[in-house]
Design a protein around this ligand. Structure first.
Ligand code: GLA
Length: 701
């Protein structure tokens, strides 16, 4: 019988057939097929275009040539020879949840292993390894990590575009006959094209992502028989990936799943690696950046910490400005020694003060970077990635260090390790503030792939030495948010834009793949530092509240009124985070007419946040229909708390007043059909509703 494999869970399973020669044929995605059926003995591809042999077009990682005319997912050569790869003699091995398919090409002297991992959350992981069995070096032009079957026919691809301060703007495009392709050449995950894609057909939805922080390529190809494949993998610069005899290339892992819920479950339960084995309640954070910038004054920082603690803040993160002579962003990256002008007795007095207040202490590093104006650069100008004879392109007046050189990584590890070993640091904000423009080594060869691996290795080394420390991934805001970095970090700085109005769309987009508790979201000052927009404290706080909540302003500058109000929201966050961040509890609705709705639901509590961004076009909002994940909880409920106490409604009826005051109960099954008739909010205002269940049959009002 033909070798058929079904890999995945009962609902989301990749069915494959292993041929004698050629790549594993994709039979379909969905439930496992019944392999005993003679149906699967029939050849599925037909002979077309005058070919006397049938060449299946829907296969994993198609290689070019030999009658395959689609986009090859693997391509390479030995100085122009062996440009065709054709694998066969498949062997299957299983280890835990991972199935490995190993194929051999004796002509080209290559061995491939495709590792498919079925995760309990319903996510399928796929990664490729290619080994050079020949005597000469093999130049790998391309080797995708994975191929998944994408919806055929009339279908749409949603990807993300954006820029600094405006990440995760979703774009939906219709797919047609041609090739859809996204390539990221920035050497970091990027603000404008993270490796995440949602594909929707008339019958099926598929979400895919590449766990990788370097260059990448995502391609959707329509095959000869009208099906579609989506390929995800690393992007190499010319000649970048040369495998010498006996060496292997190991791709990053690509993931596929049916929906956001499965991806959140996977990130929470399987991908992320928490100190102590599990996530602790996400502490309210004070980040010093927007409140101080480079102006670190010990007395003020201590007073800010005291004020923060009295607001209920639990983690104090000292941002950029504590090292070298870092009075602005033109100097000192690389000089990771405490600035004795600002901290004559070192950081210990501040760390001691913060921890004595019962808060955790966190600190900012940007390890991969160097300013030309630094002691490090003066001593080692050759440590920066540059290409001989080419202009040095600065970005934020900084260059990238060549972390693939052991002496560079050792130096950085030593500096980070010293700060962490000498102080009670429980958190690192790991920043990375520029693209890689000419990531070349001294041998003149491209290095993005090696640099990305070296960054991961340095993170892993820091984590191994300080396993209790959490790490936040930041890259000029949300420039490094992906499932590769999330494997070794615990929070991402979603965006440098702290304007709550802009954050609505950014956070909605980012939470397609990233659980809300991982996305940093801060209450910042008004007017906002990036946009100048003035927003109420209630709006700023409610937009941040369901995520990893924090504050980014100087607490000493708060008015008494704002301080009291902020305390209310910090208390609300602490009371509700258990529900908001409970696995499987969070939900979000597609925004309609500038109205964003998100929250979380459990048997004992439902939290709904409604935020109106711009003024509505419609005369009134539609009644709020909660998603099935919420309404399926069933039973009678009523509204228990409303925040702010006096929401900014344009108009409110007596009935709506009664609903909001909790004197009207309702069944979730009715709201599924008829919705909750909420009043219309003014532009730039928000509302939090806390719902509580009431005993069956007992109604109020
Ligand atoms: C980047 C980060 C900010 C802040 C600054 C410090 O822009 O995204 O949050 O840390 O660097 O220079």
């Amino acid at each position: 019988m033909t070798a058929i494999l079904s890999i995945g869970t009962a609902d989301f399973c990749l069915n494959l057939r292993l041929p004698a020669l050629g790549m594993p044929e994709i039979l379909g995605l969905g439930r496992p097929v019944d392999i005993s059926e003679p149906l699967f003995d029939i050849e599925r591809a037909s002979r077309v275009n005058g070919m006397d042999v049938a060449v299946p077009s829907s296969v994993l990682l198609p290689t070019g040539g030999m009658g395959y005319f689609g986009w090859p997912a693997i391509a390479g050569h030995r100085m122009g020879r062996d440009f065709v790869a054709q694998f066969g003699q498949w062997r299957v091995t299983r280890e835990g949840r991972t199935t490995r398919l190993t194929g051999l090409d004796i002509v080209a002297g290559l061995e491939i292993t495709i590792a498919l991992t079925e995760h309990a959350s319903g996510i399928l992981g796929m990664a490729t390894s290619l080994t050079n069995l020949g005597e000469d070096a093999y130049c790998l032009d391309r080797c995708m990590a994975a191929t998944f079957p994408a919806p055929a026919g009339c279908a749409y691809a949603s990807s993300f575009t954006g820029m600094w301060g405006r990440e995760f703007q979703m774009r939906r495009e219709a797919l047609d006959n041609g090739l859809w392709s996204q390539e990221n050449r920035r050497g970091r995950t990027s603000h404008d094209r993270p490796p995440m894609l949602v594909l929707e057909g008339s019958h099926r939805r598929l979400a895919v992502t590449l766990g990788w922080s370097g260059g990448h390529q995502m391609v959707i190809d329509r095959t000869d028989d009208g099906q579609r494949l989506v390929h995800l993998g690393e992007l190499f610069e010319p000649g970048e990936m040369i495998i010498t005899a006996g060496e292997s290339y190991h791709s990053p892992v690509a993931y596929a799943g049916p929906d956001t819920e499965a991806f959140h479950a996977f990130a929470r339960g399987e991908l992320m690696d928490w100190p102590g084995g599990r996530m602790t309640p996400r502490p309210v954070t004070l980040n010093t950046w927007e409140g101080n910038y480079f102006d670190h004054e010990m007395g003020s920082l201590k007073a800010q910490a005291t004020a923060a603690a009295s607001l209920g803040i639990e983690r104090f993160v000292l941002d950029d400005g504590w090292f070298g002579k870092r009075d602005d962003d033109t100097t000192s990256l690389g000089d990771w020694d405490i600035d004795r002008r600002k901290y004559p007795e070192g950081l210990k007095p501040l760390v001691g003060h913060v921890t004595a207040l019962g808060m955790q202490f966190g600190i900012w590093f940007e390890p991969e970077m160097v300013n030309r104006n630094s002691e490090l650069y003066k001593a080692h100008p050759d440590w920066a990635l540059t290409i001989k004879g080419r202009p040095i392109l600065e970005s934020r007046t900084q260059l990238v260090l060549d972390l693939t050189r052991p002496e560079v990584s050792d130096y950085l590890f030593g500096k980070i390790d010293a700060v962490l070993s000498e102080h009670a640091v429980s958190y690192i904000k790991w920043d990375m503030n520029r693209d890689l423009t000419h990531a070349g080594g001294h041998d003149g060869r491209a290095k993005v792939a090696a640099q990305t691996r070296a960054v991961y290795a340095l993170m892993d080394r820091v984590r191994a030495a300080h396993p209790a420390v959490e790490i936040e991934s930041c890259a000029s805001g949300g420039g490094r948010i992906d499932y590769g970095v999330l494997k070794r970090t615990h929070r991402v700085w979603t965006s440098d834009c702290t304007d709550a109005f802009e954050r609505l769309e950014i956070q909605h987009g980012a939470s397609t793949f990233i659980p809300p508790e991982i996305l940093g979201s801060h209450v910042a000052a008004s007017p906002n530092h990036q946009t100048g927009r003035r927003l109420t404290l209630a709006f700023r706080a409610l937009v941040a509240l369901a995520y990893h909540f924090g504050v980014e302003l100087n607490p000493l500058e708060l008015s008494d009124e704002d301080r009291d109000e902020l305390t209310v929201y910090i208390e609300a966050y602490k009371r509700l985070r258990e529900v908001l961040h409970a696995p499987g509890a969070n939900f979000r609705l597609p925004p309609v007419d500038g109205r964003y709705v998100w929250g979380a639901a459990r048997q004992d509590k439902i939290v709904i946040i409604v935020a109106q961004g711009p003024q509505m076009v419609g005369e009134q909002p539609a009644p709020l229909r909660l998603p099935e994940s919420v309404t399926k909880l069933g039973g009678h409920w009523r509204i228990r708390t409303v925040l702010p106490a006096e929401p900014q409604f344009i108009r409110i009826s007596e009935g709506q007043k009664a609903l909001l005051s909790g004197s009207v109960s309702f069944t979730l099954s009715n709201t599924a059909i008829a919705g909750l008739p909420l009043p219309m909010l003014t532009a730039e205002s928000a509302l939090l509703l806390e719902l509580e269940p009431i005993k069956e049959g007992k109604t109020h009002g």
